[in-house]
Design a protein around this ligand. Structure first.
Ligand code: AN7
Length: 346
């Protein structure tokens, strides 16, 4: 069952909203025992890479595209660092709507680019960063009356609340902390709204502290000033002017949480640890939260025995180039046992 059917009563649906689905949501909520133990916390990973296009964006896109169909939109448009475009292109394809995608040229991971193209979107790479691309997408949406499916579209964020609901359903309560990577600051806002809505409905006890982790080279929510030249290996969150900054600040403050920034090196270290100790391959941006927790632990600032939900927002397969820059190449040998014996000693 897709998200729209499963959470029919919690979404703003009408009888005219098509219940489209590509099988999004209901992703694994994995106990990460090895890494959790070394951090001294009860750690869980919400594996959003298991969504149909490999990221959390599908949760919001299914509702945004359903609403675009309901409103008889001519086409869909978005700006993207990669994942939004993959998701928009897939749901548009399934819905039979044309999709226009505006990307920062040369700064989108290969897998994501391949997705947008193969799903049949019209992909435009602009010379400029994501913030410029979003400006253009909004202007294009106005000029041609296209449905914009970035997180300025309220249905996107509403759909993404479902991640918080699933976590509460699984734990039987809210976690103590919910840690997310932050780019345009939509998902952290959506999760907070999801937890608050669930508590208000009596479906869970408590709400978590929200912790937002940015990449140091693109950390306007930590520094307090917009960033003109965002730069990070985690291209998904290479964003200098988050459109949801105000809402995210309010959410984090109300929850008693905080924002922090981590270096590219820390992100790659966390990515490699998560994969090699837990068997979970998440993309670089998705590993910023673990890098943040590792830093807090080193600084003696991680409260022990805390139940922490980490949102692993995207699949590692989307960006093999970055993973291999850290993990290296395979060892090549002749096809003989003699050669194997020299390099393999179980
Ligand atoms: C894997 O695809 O902005 O703070 O255009 O792909 O809600 O922006 C992606 C963002 C975290 C940050 N993790 O979420 C896009 C885009 C991954 C992401 C984020 C993104 P927001």
């Amino acid at each position: 069952m897709g998200l729209l059917e499963r959470y029919e009563d919690l979404f703003p649906l009408t009888s005219a909203t098509p219940r489209i689905s590509l099988g999004e949501g209901n992703t694994p909520f994995l106990p990460l025992r090895n890494v959790g133990k070394s951090l001294g916390v009860k750690l869980y990973g919400k594996v959003e890479g298991a969504n149909p296009t490999g990221s959390f964006k599908d949760r919001g896109m299914v509702l945004a595209v359903a609403k675009a169909l309901e409103g008889r939109a001519r086409a869909v448009v978005c700006a993207s660092t990669g994942n939004t475009s993959a998701s928009a292109a897939a749901y548009s394809a399934a819905a039979g709507l044309p999709c226009y995608v505006i990307l920062p040229a040369g700064k989108v991971a290969r897998g994501k680019l391949a997705q947008a193209l193969i799903y049949g979107a019209k992909v435009l790479a602009v010379r400029g960063n994501f913030d410029k691309a979003l400006e253009l997408a909004m202007a294009a949406s106005d000029e041609w009356r296209l449905a914009i499916v970035n997180s300025v579209n309220p249905y996107r964020l509403w759909g993404q609340r479902s991640g918080a609901w699933e976590i509460c359903d699984e734990l039987g309560r809210a976690p103590d902390w919910c840690v997310l990577p932050v780019g345009n600051a939509g998902n952290i806002t959506a999760y907070w709204a999801g937890f608050v809505q669930y508590r208000r409905m009596g479906k869970c006890q408590g709400v978590p502290r929200m912790v937002g982790v940015q990449a140091q080279g693109a950390s306007p929510l930590v520094s307090g000033v917009e960033c003109d030249k965002p730069e990070t290996v985690a291209t998904a969150i290479r964003i200098g002017r988050p459109v949801n900054a105000q809402k995210a600040r309010a959410a984090v403050k109300m929850s008693g949480g905080f924002f922090m920034a981590v270096s590219d090196e820390e992100i790659l270290e966390a990515q490699s640890l998560l994969a090699s100790r837990e068997g979970v391959f998440a993309e670089p941006a998705s590993c910023a939260p673990l890098a943040g927790l590792m830093r807090l632990k080193r600084d003696g600032k991680l409260p022990q025995a805390t139940t922490i939900a980490m949102i692993l927002t995207g699949n590692g397969l989307k960006d093999p180039d970055t993973a291999m820059s850290k993990a290296g190449e395979p060892v090549e040998v002749d096809g003989t046992m003699e050669a194997l014996r020299k390099v393999m000693a179980p």
